[in-house]
Design a binder for this molecule. Structure first.
Ligand code: BES
Ligand code: MN
Ligand code: MN
Length: 456
């Protein structure tokens, strides 16, 4: 392995230049104006996959953004690993809070700053460099490898399940490896064994046919914005419990063993509060902060609008009001069922004075990976060698919908070995990725192929 690791060290300056090229492409999947840039990013990646020595490179069209595939299959008798990642990025607003433009990467204080630096381009890139290091120095990989990179993760991976099912043979593997989760603390390698799912919806409440003069009509006609505010407020009680009947029915209880393991993690609550910028935390009674974020479901109001929000004052009863609501889900909750329950409850609460429209948006299932799987143990050894520190086992509050699809549609175990700490500002201004993490991640990925080849 020495030459592989040495190759990574020696080529670091070139890697940073290449990663900057990748980061310069504004592949914002949510923004229709960026459609051509997302496609350009897919083709840049396809070229990069060829440059690192992978074969059968394909840009697979979907009804949305393309998926990029490549493989190296010259290790007969050895297992096959599938690396999944995403090349799409989040929108960049608020733009004025960026210290340097989001798509003009700069290196500063040991990190590379750009949208997508850690989520997930930097982490995809480190896997590609680990492959390159093996192929250039050994002429081969220790196992068979497939790479699948999508362009719609940040908008819910809506077309990926169909692709997994249509391309079962192409994607056949023994294990999936994903680096798109957080490290528990800086320089503390972490294996994530659980992700939350997501159920997203938009609610519209309509009252009068048009906005009304609040003097001529106020007091006699229901105000849709107020009705909606009340409906939303009624979805949780004072103890932060969600009041939707049946909401918790499918929530798997935490085992005492898992609770004890989570309690042993070096969680620094004062520091967490300081990072977030709040005086006090809140949440469901009887659960610790980590348990609330990782193992309990939530319901959040993401945004609410309607009526007059301009400068000055205007006296109206607004005709319509809107809210965007989302739930993070835990095993064994199902996004469709949760949206059914939420819709039924909102309709039951909604007065006859207004009309309610419930629109389903994207969702994703929660997932768990068993810790005793040999691939998880191989990743543990690889991360320990790559970072020189014993990894911890964590869960995450975030969602990667395709992970449950790999498990349930393709029957594959998924190992989550993300190397980007929380303070890398994913989804926020000044996103960054530490060069030490990039290199530690590349070393770990390089070790992983060896560990996986000897584990099975
Ligand atoms: N990489 C994140 C998921 C993540 C975040 C995992 C934090 C672990 C910790 C991913 O790119 C993401 O942002 N997912 C979205 C999914 C959604 C749009 C379906 C999320 O969690 O909001
Ligand atoms: Mn991501
Ligand atoms: Mn993301």
């Amino acid at each position: 392995m020495e030459p592989v690791i040495e190759y990574l060290e020696q080529n670091q300056p070139r890697f940073l230049g290449e990663l900057a090229e990748f980061l310069r492409i504004p592949s914002i999947s949510a923004s229709p104006e960026h459609r051509a840039e997302v496609a350009r990013c897919a083709h840049w990646l396809a070229d990069e996959l060829r440059r690192v020595g992978l074969e059968h490179v394909q840009v697979l069209a979907t009804p949305g953004h393309p998926v990029v595939y490549a493989d190296w299959l010259h290790a007969p008798g050895r297992p096959t690993a599938l690396v999944y990642g995403h090349y799409d990025v989040q929108p960049v607003d608020p733009l004025h809070e960026w210290q340097s433009p989001p798509f003009e990467p700069v290196i500063h204080a040991g990190s590379i700053f750009a949208r997508g630096a850690s989520d997930d381009k930097g982490q995809v890139f480190m896997h590609l460099k680990a492959v390159e290091a093996h192929l250039r120095t050994q002429g081969r990989l220790p196992l068979n490898l497939k790479v699948l990179l999508e362009g719609e993760e940040e908008i819910g991976s809506g077309h990926l399940d169909a692709l997994l099912e249509a391309q079962r043979d192409l994607l056949a593997a023994d294990v999936v490896v994903v680096s798109d989760t957080a490290m528990f603390a800086p320089a503390l390698p972490s294996i994530c064994y659980g992700l939350r799912g997501l159920a997203y919806c938009q609610v519209e409440v309509r009252g009068p046919a048009t906005d009304l003069h609040s003097g001529s009509y106020g007091g006699a006609v229901a105000n849709p914005l107020e009705v909606l505010a009340k409906l939303v407020a009624a979805l949780k009680d004072d103890q932060a419990r969600i009041t939707v009947p049946g909401f918790y029915d499918d929530v798997r209880p935490l085992s005492p063993e898992e609770r004890a393991a989570l309690a042993r993690l070096p969680f620094d609550e004062p520091r967490f509060k300081a990072e977030v910028g709040v005086e006090a935390l809140q949440g469901e009674a009887g659960y610790t902060t980590l348990e609330r974020i990782w193992t309990r479901p939530t319901l959040e109001l993401n945004g609410m609008w309607g009526g007059f929000t301009g400068e000055g004052s205007k006296t109206i009863i607004p005709a319509r009001a809107w809210a965007k609501l989302s739930c993070r889900l835990v095993p064994d909750q199902d996004p469709e069922r949760v949206l059914d329950l939420l819709e039924r409850h909102l309709r039951a609460l909604c007065p006859r004075t207004v009309q309610l429209t419930f629109t389903r948006m994207h969702g994703g299932k929660p997932s768990l990976t068993p810790l005793d799987h040999p691939a998880v143990q191989a990743a543990f050894r690889a991360l320990e060698r790559g970072f020189g520190t014993r990894p911890v086992f964590i869960r995450a509050g975030g969602s990667i919908p395709v992970v449950a699809s790999f498990q349930q549609l393709l029957g594959l175990p998924v190992v989550l070995m993300g190397v980007a700490p929380h303070d890398d500002h994913a989804h926020a201004p000044n996103e960054r990725f530490g060069i030490e993490n990039l290199m530690g991640g590349a070393r770990s990925a390089a070790y992983l192929w060896q560990e996986l080849a000897s584990a099975e």
